[in-house]
Design a binder for this molecule. Sequence first.
Ligand code: SD4
Length: 320
Amino acid sequence: MLSRRKFSAIFGLSVLSTNFVKCASSSSTSKIPGNLVISTWDNQRANQLALHELNNNPSYLLNAVEYAIKSVEADAEDRSVGYGGRPDREGEVTLDACIMDKDGNAGSVTYLKGIKHPISVARRIMEKTPHVMLSGAGAQQFALAEGFEIENLLSEESLAEYKEWLVEKEYKPKANIERHDTIGLLVKNKNGDLSGGCSTSGMAYKMAGRVGDSPILGAGLFVDNEIGCATATGVGELVLKTCATFLAVELMRAGLSPQKACEAAIERIIAKCKTDDIQVGLIAMNKEGQIGAYSIQPGFVYAITEETASRTKEVNSYFK
Ligand code: SD4
Protein backbone atom coordinates (compact mmCIF):
# COMPACT_ATOMS: atom_id res chain seq x y z
CA MET A 1 0.00 0.00 0.00
CA LEU A 2 1.18 3.53 -0.74
CA SER A 3 1.59 5.75 2.28
CA ARG A 4 -0.40 8.96 2.03
CA ARG A 5 2.79 11.01 1.74
CA LYS A 6 4.22 8.84 -1.02
CA PHE A 7 0.89 8.92 -2.80
CA SER A 8 0.79 12.74 -2.72
CA ALA A 9 4.33 12.87 -4.02
CA ILE A 10 3.38 10.71 -6.99
CA PHE A 11 0.16 12.43 -7.93
CA GLY A 12 0.95 15.90 -6.55
CA LEU A 13 -2.59 17.27 -6.48
CA SER A 14 -4.60 19.21 -3.96
CA VAL A 15 -7.55 16.87 -4.51
CA LEU A 16 -5.69 14.27 -2.59
CA SER A 17 -6.58 15.60 0.80
CA THR A 18 -10.20 15.45 1.83
CA ASN A 19 -11.66 14.61 -1.57
CA PHE A 20 -9.60 11.47 -1.82
CA VAL A 21 -10.94 10.11 1.43
CA LYS A 22 -14.50 11.13 0.66
CA CYS A 23 -14.48 9.60 -2.78
CA ALA A 24 -12.76 6.46 -1.71
CA SER A 25 -15.64 5.73 0.58
CA SER A 26 -18.39 6.90 -1.76
CA SER A 27 -17.34 5.10 -4.93
CA SER A 28 -18.64 1.73 -3.87
CA THR A 29 -22.06 2.92 -2.77
CA SER A 30 -24.30 4.00 -5.67
CA LYS A 31 -24.10 1.24 -8.24
CA ILE A 32 -25.95 1.46 -11.52
CA PRO A 33 -26.81 -2.02 -12.72
CA GLY A 34 -27.31 -2.86 -16.37
CA ASN A 35 -25.77 -1.88 -19.65
CA LEU A 36 -24.61 1.71 -19.90
CA VAL A 37 -23.10 3.84 -22.67
CA ILE A 38 -21.61 7.31 -22.45
CA SER A 39 -20.02 9.37 -25.21
CA THR A 40 -18.60 12.79 -25.86
CA TRP A 41 -20.88 15.44 -27.35
CA ASP A 42 -24.49 14.92 -28.34
CA ASN A 43 -24.04 11.40 -29.65
CA GLN A 44 -27.22 9.88 -28.28
CA ARG A 45 -28.00 8.09 -31.53
CA ALA A 46 -24.65 6.35 -31.45
CA ASN A 47 -25.18 5.52 -27.77
CA GLN A 48 -28.53 3.98 -28.54
CA LEU A 49 -27.00 1.79 -31.21
CA ALA A 50 -24.34 0.67 -28.75
CA LEU A 51 -26.93 -0.05 -26.08
CA HIS A 52 -29.00 -2.05 -28.53
CA GLU A 53 -25.93 -4.16 -29.34
CA LEU A 54 -25.18 -4.65 -25.66
CA ASN A 55 -28.75 -5.64 -24.89
CA ASN A 56 -28.61 -8.27 -27.64
CA ASN A 57 -25.17 -9.51 -26.73
CA PRO A 58 -23.76 -8.14 -23.48
CA SER A 59 -20.45 -9.92 -23.87
CA TYR A 60 -19.68 -8.40 -27.30
CA LEU A 61 -18.62 -5.03 -25.96
CA LEU A 62 -16.43 -4.26 -28.95
CA ASN A 63 -19.29 -4.73 -31.40
CA ALA A 64 -21.23 -2.11 -29.45
CA VAL A 65 -18.27 0.28 -29.57
CA GLU A 66 -17.45 -0.29 -33.22
CA TYR A 67 -20.98 -0.18 -34.65
CA ALA A 68 -21.87 2.95 -32.71
CA ILE A 69 -18.74 4.81 -33.76
CA LYS A 70 -19.14 3.67 -37.37
CA SER A 71 -22.51 5.39 -37.48
CA VAL A 72 -20.86 8.69 -36.59
CA GLU A 73 -18.01 8.13 -39.04
CA ALA A 74 -20.57 7.69 -41.82
CA ASP A 75 -22.49 10.84 -40.87
CA ALA A 76 -21.44 13.77 -43.10
CA GLU A 77 -22.96 16.20 -40.63
CA ASP A 78 -20.39 15.39 -37.99
CA ARG A 79 -17.54 17.55 -39.24
CA SER A 80 -14.92 16.17 -36.87
CA VAL A 81 -15.22 12.45 -37.57
CA GLY A 82 -14.92 10.19 -40.63
CA TYR A 83 -16.70 11.15 -43.86
CA GLY A 84 -17.34 14.90 -43.94
CA GLY A 85 -14.59 15.62 -41.42
CA ARG A 86 -12.73 18.88 -41.95
CA PRO A 87 -9.46 18.47 -43.84
CA ASP A 88 -5.91 19.44 -43.00
CA ARG A 89 -4.18 22.50 -44.49
CA GLU A 90 -3.55 20.68 -47.74
CA GLY A 91 -7.25 19.82 -48.12
CA GLU A 92 -6.81 16.16 -47.14
CA VAL A 93 -9.10 14.41 -44.65
CA THR A 94 -6.88 12.30 -42.38
CA LEU A 95 -8.37 10.12 -39.67
CA ASP A 96 -7.27 8.85 -36.26
CA ALA A 97 -8.98 6.21 -34.10
CA CYS A 98 -8.41 3.65 -31.40
CA ILE A 99 -10.29 0.91 -29.59
CA MET A 100 -9.57 -0.92 -26.33
CA ASP A 101 -11.25 -3.91 -24.74
CA LYS A 102 -11.78 -5.34 -21.29
CA ASP A 103 -8.71 -7.57 -21.54
CA GLY A 104 -6.42 -4.64 -22.29
CA ASN A 105 -6.19 -5.46 -25.99
CA ALA A 106 -5.94 -2.36 -28.13
CA GLY A 107 -5.74 -1.22 -31.74
CA SER A 108 -5.01 2.17 -33.16
CA VAL A 109 -4.74 3.85 -36.53
CA THR A 110 -3.28 7.26 -37.26
CA TYR A 111 -3.07 9.55 -40.28
CA LEU A 112 -5.34 7.26 -42.30
CA LYS A 113 -6.48 8.64 -45.67
CA GLY A 114 -9.42 7.58 -47.82
CA ILE A 115 -10.92 4.92 -45.54
CA LYS A 116 -14.25 5.84 -44.01
CA HIS A 117 -14.15 3.66 -40.91
CA PRO A 118 -10.91 4.04 -38.99
CA ILE A 119 -12.52 2.50 -35.90
CA SER A 120 -12.98 -0.76 -37.82
CA VAL A 121 -9.41 -0.60 -39.09
CA ALA A 122 -8.21 -0.06 -35.51
CA ARG A 123 -10.15 -3.11 -34.40
CA ARG A 124 -8.72 -5.23 -37.22
CA ILE A 125 -5.21 -4.10 -36.30
CA MET A 126 -5.92 -5.24 -32.76
CA GLU A 127 -7.40 -8.56 -33.78
CA LYS A 128 -5.33 -9.50 -36.82
CA THR A 129 -1.82 -8.14 -36.39
CA PRO A 130 0.87 -8.49 -33.74
CA HIS A 131 0.88 -4.67 -33.48
CA VAL A 132 -1.14 -2.03 -31.69
CA MET A 133 -0.79 0.92 -34.07
CA LEU A 134 -0.44 1.42 -37.81
CA SER A 135 -0.01 4.79 -39.45
CA GLY A 136 -0.36 6.55 -42.79
CA ALA A 137 0.45 4.61 -45.95
CA GLY A 138 1.04 1.35 -44.08
CA ALA A 139 -2.30 1.63 -42.32
CA GLN A 140 -4.03 2.24 -45.62
CA GLN A 141 -2.24 -0.71 -47.21
CA PHE A 142 -3.40 -2.94 -44.36
CA ALA A 143 -6.97 -1.65 -44.66
CA LEU A 144 -7.03 -2.34 -48.40
CA ALA A 145 -5.70 -5.85 -47.83
CA GLU A 146 -8.53 -6.35 -45.34
CA GLY A 147 -11.12 -5.40 -47.96
CA PHE A 148 -11.77 -1.76 -47.03
CA GLU A 149 -12.21 0.56 -50.01
CA ILE A 150 -10.78 3.94 -50.86
CA GLU A 151 -13.43 6.65 -50.82
CA ASN A 152 -13.47 10.40 -51.12
CA LEU A 153 -14.02 11.62 -47.55
CA LEU A 154 -14.16 15.35 -48.29
CA SER A 155 -17.82 16.36 -48.37
CA GLU A 156 -19.00 19.35 -50.40
CA GLU A 157 -19.63 21.33 -47.20
CA SER A 158 -16.16 20.66 -45.84
CA LEU A 159 -14.60 21.50 -49.20
CA ALA A 160 -16.52 24.79 -49.42
CA GLU A 161 -15.48 25.72 -45.87
CA TYR A 162 -11.87 24.78 -46.61
CA LYS A 163 -11.85 27.08 -49.64
CA GLU A 164 -13.08 29.91 -47.42
CA TRP A 165 -10.37 29.09 -44.88
CA LEU A 166 -7.72 29.28 -47.63
CA VAL A 167 -8.43 32.99 -48.08
CA GLU A 168 -6.93 33.88 -44.67
CA LYS A 169 -5.17 30.60 -43.84
CA GLU A 170 -5.23 31.49 -40.19
CA TYR A 171 -4.71 28.65 -37.71
CA LYS A 172 -5.09 29.12 -34.01
CA PRO A 173 -6.93 26.53 -31.91
CA LYS A 174 -9.54 28.34 -29.84
CA ALA A 175 -12.14 27.08 -27.41
CA ASN A 176 -15.18 25.67 -29.18
CA ILE A 177 -14.40 27.65 -32.35
CA GLU A 178 -15.01 24.60 -34.49
CA ARG A 179 -17.29 22.78 -32.07
CA HIS A 180 -15.20 19.70 -31.48
CA ASP A 181 -17.37 16.70 -32.22
CA THR A 182 -14.90 13.87 -31.91
CA ILE A 183 -16.58 10.76 -30.61
CA GLY A 184 -15.15 9.01 -27.58
CA LEU A 185 -17.52 6.26 -26.45
CA LEU A 186 -17.38 4.11 -23.31
CA VAL A 187 -19.53 1.05 -22.63
CA LYS A 188 -20.23 -1.05 -19.57
CA ASN A 189 -22.24 -4.26 -19.54
CA LYS A 190 -24.25 -5.87 -16.76
CA ASN A 191 -21.16 -7.61 -15.41
CA GLY A 192 -19.29 -4.35 -15.07
CA ASP A 193 -17.00 -5.14 -18.01
CA LEU A 194 -15.74 -2.10 -19.88
CA SER A 195 -14.55 -1.19 -23.37
CA GLY A 196 -14.19 2.00 -25.42
CA GLY A 197 -13.28 3.66 -28.67
CA CYS A 198 -12.43 7.06 -30.05
CA SER A 199 -12.52 8.41 -33.62
CA THR A 200 -11.76 11.79 -35.17
CA SER A 201 -10.63 13.70 -38.24
CA GLY A 202 -8.55 15.77 -35.84
CA MET A 203 -8.20 19.51 -35.58
CA ALA A 204 -9.49 21.28 -38.67
CA TYR A 205 -6.69 22.69 -40.87
CA LYS A 206 -3.98 20.95 -38.85
CA MET A 207 -0.54 20.60 -40.44
CA ALA A 208 -0.13 17.66 -42.80
CA GLY A 209 1.03 14.67 -40.77
CA ARG A 210 -0.30 15.94 -37.46
CA VAL A 211 -1.67 13.26 -35.14
CA GLY A 212 -3.69 14.21 -32.08
CA ASP A 213 -4.65 12.46 -28.88
CA SER A 214 -7.59 10.43 -30.18
CA PRO A 215 -5.67 7.36 -31.43
CA ILE A 216 -3.19 7.40 -28.55
CA LEU A 217 -3.92 5.03 -25.68
CA GLY A 218 -3.77 6.87 -22.39
CA ALA A 219 -4.46 10.18 -24.13
CA GLY A 220 -7.67 10.03 -26.18
CA LEU A 221 -8.83 6.79 -24.57
CA PHE A 222 -7.92 4.43 -21.79
CA VAL A 223 -9.68 1.36 -20.43
CA ASP A 224 -8.62 -0.66 -17.42
CA ASN A 225 -11.24 -3.26 -16.69
CA GLU A 226 -10.17 -3.51 -13.05
CA ILE A 227 -11.01 0.12 -12.46
CA GLY A 228 -12.67 2.22 -15.13
CA CYS A 229 -12.26 4.00 -18.42
CA ALA A 230 -12.03 7.53 -19.78
CA THR A 231 -12.00 9.37 -23.10
CA ALA A 232 -11.17 12.90 -24.22
CA THR A 233 -12.12 15.52 -26.77
CA GLY A 234 -10.76 18.96 -27.55
CA VAL A 235 -7.30 20.21 -28.39
CA GLY A 236 -5.34 16.96 -28.46
CA GLU A 237 -1.92 18.46 -27.84
CA LEU A 238 -2.89 19.21 -24.24
CA VAL A 239 -4.27 15.73 -23.71
CA LEU A 240 -1.15 14.15 -25.21
CA LYS A 241 1.17 16.12 -22.95
CA THR A 242 -0.65 15.02 -19.82
CA CYS A 243 -1.79 11.45 -20.66
CA ALA A 244 -5.11 12.71 -19.40
CA THR A 245 -7.26 9.58 -19.73
CA PHE A 246 -4.60 7.36 -18.20
CA LEU A 247 -4.36 9.90 -15.41
CA ALA A 248 -8.13 9.89 -14.88
CA VAL A 249 -8.18 6.09 -14.66
CA GLU A 250 -5.23 6.05 -12.26
CA LEU A 251 -6.97 8.63 -10.09
CA MET A 252 -10.02 6.37 -9.99
CA ARG A 253 -7.72 3.51 -9.00
CA ALA A 254 -6.51 5.70 -6.16
CA GLY A 255 -10.08 6.04 -4.93
CA LEU A 256 -11.50 9.11 -6.62
CA SER A 257 -14.96 8.98 -8.13
CA PRO A 258 -15.10 9.36 -11.93
CA GLN A 259 -16.30 12.94 -11.46
CA LYS A 260 -13.45 13.89 -9.14
CA ALA A 261 -10.98 12.09 -11.38
CA CYS A 262 -12.09 14.12 -14.41
CA GLU A 263 -11.87 17.33 -12.40
CA ALA A 264 -8.38 16.52 -11.15
CA ALA A 265 -7.16 15.54 -14.63
CA ILE A 266 -8.53 18.76 -16.15
CA GLU A 267 -6.90 20.76 -13.35
CA ARG A 268 -3.63 18.99 -14.11
CA ILE A 269 -3.91 20.01 -17.79
CA ILE A 270 -4.57 23.62 -16.85
CA ALA A 271 -1.67 23.67 -14.39
CA LYS A 272 0.85 21.92 -16.65
CA CYS A 273 -0.11 23.52 -19.95
CA LYS A 274 -0.86 26.94 -18.48
CA THR A 275 -3.90 27.35 -20.62
CA ASP A 276 -7.05 29.33 -20.09
CA ASP A 277 -8.49 29.71 -23.58
CA ILE A 278 -8.44 26.20 -25.04
CA GLN A 279 -11.03 23.47 -24.72
CA VAL A 280 -10.54 19.92 -23.47
CA GLY A 281 -13.40 17.75 -22.22
CA LEU A 282 -13.10 14.44 -20.38
CA ILE A 283 -15.67 11.77 -19.56
CA ALA A 284 -15.08 8.74 -17.36
CA MET A 285 -16.89 5.71 -15.98
CA ASN A 286 -15.98 3.13 -13.35
CA LYS A 287 -16.94 -0.52 -13.11
CA GLU A 288 -19.90 0.31 -10.92
CA GLY A 289 -21.30 2.48 -13.68
CA GLN A 290 -20.67 5.74 -11.89
CA ILE A 291 -19.85 8.45 -14.40
CA GLY A 292 -18.06 11.78 -14.45
CA ALA A 293 -17.35 14.60 -16.89
CA TYR A 294 -15.53 17.91 -16.74
CA SER A 295 -14.02 20.41 -19.16
CA ILE A 296 -11.73 23.41 -19.22
CA GLN A 297 -14.25 25.73 -20.88
CA PRO A 298 -18.04 25.88 -20.87
CA GLY A 299 -19.80 24.39 -23.89
CA PHE A 300 -18.95 20.70 -23.56
CA VAL A 301 -21.81 18.20 -23.43
CA TYR A 302 -21.95 14.41 -23.28
CA ALA A 303 -24.56 11.73 -23.88
CA ILE A 304 -25.60 9.10 -21.34
CA THR A 305 -27.72 6.14 -22.38
CA GLU A 306 -28.99 3.48 -20.00
CA GLU A 307 -31.71 0.93 -20.43
CA THR A 308 -34.38 3.24 -19.07
CA ALA A 309 -33.32 6.64 -20.37
CA SER A 310 -31.06 8.58 -22.71
CA ARG A 311 -30.03 12.19 -22.31
CA THR A 312 -27.42 14.76 -23.22
CA LYS A 313 -25.95 16.62 -20.30
CA GLU A 314 -24.12 19.91 -20.03
CA VAL A 315 -20.75 19.53 -18.33
CA ASN A 316 -19.41 21.73 -15.55
CA SER A 317 -16.22 23.48 -16.51
CA TYR A 318 -13.21 24.87 -14.69
CA PHE A 319 -13.60 28.32 -16.23
CA LYS A 320 -17.13 29.70 -16.18
C1 SD4 B 1 -7.60 16.04 -31.85
N1 SD4 B 1 -8.91 15.62 -29.89
O1 SD4 B 1 -7.26 15.58 -32.93
C2 SD4 B 1 -8.99 15.76 -31.34
C3 SD4 B 1 -9.87 16.87 -31.77
C4 SD4 B 1 -11.23 16.83 -31.28
O2 SD4 B 1 -13.40 17.14 -31.96
O3 SD4 B 1 -11.57 16.41 -30.19
N2 SD4 B 1 -12.12 17.27 -32.16
O4 SD4 B 1 -6.87 16.78 -31.20
